[in-house]
Design a protein around this ligand. Structure first.
Ligand SMILES: [Zn+2]
Length: 333
């Protein structure tokens, strides 16, 4: 994990299609200042004040993760693959501007975002990177046997298992110790997937109008319908990890822990994040500090309880924000 916060070197833009609306949409991502996190705004509605991409703002998790960008009806859907690209590459601060109600689906994976973000590169910023270190297990279980939990772990590791009642997908397991390099190589390229019968149902309900074999893996009873087949033999479970990374980014801080998920989706990921907010005794806010040759974890001086379940810097009490800003400067590195 990086010790310092990063933003992107310069702004970038993408043109694509909203997978549900089928409409063309332009996306821009701008560099942003320290401790501001990832924020979003609807440029087509004239919004100038971006909204934190934070779990409090999530309004829908059924097909994709949707974030409300103001107190009215304005929202941006399908944020998770872009959030995963930013988080997976270690970008802490950025503003996402979209001129429509959805982030463009691109090829259904995070790879197109990752490619451009890597081309412009990251800029190191003059503040340490605060992380959530877990000391106790936090979990979310539903009554269908779906479960997701975070356990103490030195790093960010994700272990994911899926089990579909469909011969072509069935049971897959993947385990990864996340680094930007491994994220890029093993996870970013995994595309979203659905069953043919789900596509037909969504279309009847006015959804997935922009969906095609160019931006999703579609599976019927015979197998994968896409020309060229799969990018990885276990592409399905890798994509679930991509979604999880994008959802976890909505905690506002990187996680130091091992996330274990079984048969989960956006709704369960979100349930876990609510459990994290409800159990501040299970984690502390830490940053890396250099001591001679070594890098050690330093805990934020104020107790985590003072956070009151609010996780993101700009949602913290002002005294704590000041403590965050003052407690690590480039001079100490
Ligand atoms: Zn996805």
């Amino acid at each position: 994990m990086d010790a310092l916060q990063h933003t992107l070197r310069k702004s970038i833009s993408f043109n694509g299609t909203g997978v549900h609306s089928g409409r063309p949409v332009e996306l821009k991502v701008y560099p942003a200042e320290i401790n501001s996190g990832i924020r979003l705004l609807r440029s087509d509605l004239g919004q100038t004040e971006p909204t934190p991409a934070f779990m409090d703002r999530v309004t829908d998790t059924r097909l994709a993760t949707t974030i409300s960008t103001d107190d009215d009806d304005a929202s941006i859907a399908t944020v998770e693959h872009l959030m995963a690209a930013l988080f997976g590459l270690g970008i802490d601060n950025a503003v996402i501007a979209v001129d429509g109600s959805e982030v463009p689906i691109m090829d259904g994976s995070a790879a197109p975002f990752v490619r451009v973000l890597q081309q412009v590169g990251r800029r190191r910023q003059s503040s340490c990177r605060w992380m959530l270190k877990f000391h106790e297990v936090v979990r979310f279980d539903d009554d269908q046997g779906r479960t997701v939990r975070i356990e103490p772990y030195d790093g960010l590791r994700i272990s994911y298992q899926i089990d579909y009642e469909h011969d072509q997908i069935s049971r897959q397991y993947y385990d990864i110790d996340l680094t930007p390099r491994r994220f890029t190589k093993e996870i970013a390229g995994a595309r979203t997937f659905c069953l043919l019968r789900e596509v037909e149902f969504m279309r009847r309900n006015g959804l997935a109008l922009g969906g095609s074999l160019d931006n999703a893996v579609v599976v019927d009873d015979q197998g994968v319908m896409n020309h060229g087949g799969l990018r990885y033999t276990d592409e399905f479970v890798r994509h679930k990890i991509l979604d999880l990374i994008g959802d976890l980014a909505l905690l506002g801080f990187p996680v130091l822990g091992r996330v274990v998920a079984e048969k989960s989706g956006h709704t369960q990921h979100f349930g876990l994040m609510q459990a994290v907010a409800a159990h501040p005794e299970a984690w502390t806010i830490v940053a890396y500090e250099t001591q001679g040759e070594n890098r050690v974890l330093r805990q934020l001086a104020l107790s985590t309880r003072a956070v009151g379940g609010r996780v993101l810097p700009y949602l913290l009490p002002p005294s704590l924000v000041l403590a965050l800003a003052n407690s690590c400067s480039p001079a100490s590195w």
